[in-house]
Design a protein around this ligand. Sequence first.
Ligand code: GLU
Length: 513
Amino acid sequence: MTASDFDKIFSPYDPGDGKVRVRFAPSPTGQLHIGGVRTAIYNWAFARRNGGTFILRIDDTDPERSTEANTRAILDAMKWIGMDWDEGPEVGGPCEPYFQTQRAHIYQAALEKMKANGSVYPCFCSAEELAAKREANQKSAGYTGYDRTCRSLSPEEAQARIDAGESHVWRVKVPEDRGDIVFEDAIYGTCTFHADIMDDFIVMRSDGTPTYNFTTAVDDAIMGITHIIRGDDHLSNTPRQILVYEALGMKVPMFAHLSMILGPDGKRLSKRHGATSVQAFREAGYLPEAMMNYLSLLGWSLDGETTIFSLETLCNSFSIDRISRNPAIFDETKLAWVNSVYIKEMGAKRFVELAAPYLVSAGLTTAEEIESNRGWYEEIYPLVRERIKVMPEVVDAVAFLFRGTEVEFDEKSVAKVLGKEGVPEVIDSIIEVLGDDGLAWNAEAIEEAMRALLEKLGKKPKEVFQVARVALTGSMVSPPLFESIALLSREAVLARLESAKPIAQATFEAKQA
Ligand code: GLU
């Protein structure tokens, strides 16, 4: 291939409109984690805010740990949480392909350009030689990188050794006179790295595979990325990537390095803190909009006080200058609270959709039954909307509605409420009221009749309503009583009350003994 062939392959994309182009570039070596998805959200929201382009690129260069299943899981997690991408897998785009493993020819072309302008050189030092050099180096202060033995080989000698098939890597020739590498990070401010102590780092390994700093800089350059928003674990890679940009004669983008995310104990968020992947939170019953809302606040703030806002607000307001340099704390309790706010607001239709899988897998009902009886299921929503923080909690909260004539009693509730003197009589009078055929079977009518009973018996609400609650639901803690009764059938209610009577009697007697 000629130099012009390589130029054709290495042809940077520039839409020419000066608009923002950002990318999220996950390595598919595992699930999408909290830190990664936060980076994705910030890039996505930044693009949306600025009418720019959000690119998804898959950095799958680690052949051992990158899998298709992981890529799939990352795409699914991103979509689930509410992100879309303008270029990347599934949607394509002008910079195809978006998988690094399919871009080897581009890295090769970039390397050829760098060879031609003398910004890289081949290094023939063996692993053993390098190890020995490193050891010797450790004893001296200052520069501790590769000792640049091969940098002084003449081009002819280097070429002869390559032609003879000698194994070699390609290293960047850090320019002698480069001085400090200084860049303005949008979050960290001015960052200065001393080029004179920088290693002549490898861009192409001896097996022909490119390194992270090389592929990333080449792709970011060629894809016309204007802003690189990523974790600050990459801060120290930035000067190397800048050298690649310079060697290729490309404009260096803006950088914004995000502080890491810590657990509530102040330590870096990791598996020790429990679930950290988006998938795990999805399975735990968190809502995507709650996740998006909460995660966007891990380092950014809308106005310093608002904690609940929509996707639209995020996209209309996101700006890098509201990103904090301080590490953010991931607190699942706070996330659960945000989730509960969204549950309160989601409405009955969505509730049924989201609750259905949990109710079905707990064996309480079937998908067909839900389908044919939607109205009844929607009526459950007001009963639980303020009582559950995550969707799976719906099972315990409403299981009593599904047990027909059976009640699963909580011992403490039975002892405390049913074990009192006179309870069987109270239950009898409740049966009388609720068994009246003339009583309309809805919450309002039931409440009215029960309050009238209270008056008639001259008892406190607790003495009657709490008895009904435990007799019908098995527990002192349950959703609102009258609405719950209305959702049960009259037959089930009467049968449950009947069977609570002997239990109340026995509990009372046991207490006396
Ligand atoms: N694949 C790299 C990572 O996941 C991308 C880093 C970057 O954004 O440059 O860490």
